[in-house]
Design a protein around this ligand. Structure first.
Ligand SMILES: [Zn+2]
Length: 68
């Protein structure tokens, strides 16, 4: 068994590709809290980073399916 790694400042989080998100109709409200907003319906949601600091698959998808 491997000891749990301590989360430290070395952990890299994937940057939000804001320009790419705009094309999908998604605005970035807060890139630190990862708060996204749908340009179409105004829904806001905040996806969670994966444990390794990458963005989850489909994190940009509006909960109301505007851009699916
Ligand atoms: Zn929407």
């Amino acid at each position: 068994m491997k000891a749990l790694e301590q989360p430290g400042p070395k952990l890299h989080f994937a940057p939000l590709p804001a320009a790419q998100l705009e094309k999908l109709g998604v605005g970035v409200q807060n890139r630190f809290d990862l708060l996204l907003e749908c340009r179409k319906c105004g829904e806001q949601w905040s996806p969670q980073y994966n444990a390794d600091g990458t963005l989850p698959r489909g994190y940009w998808m509006c909960p109301n399916r505007c851009n699916w």
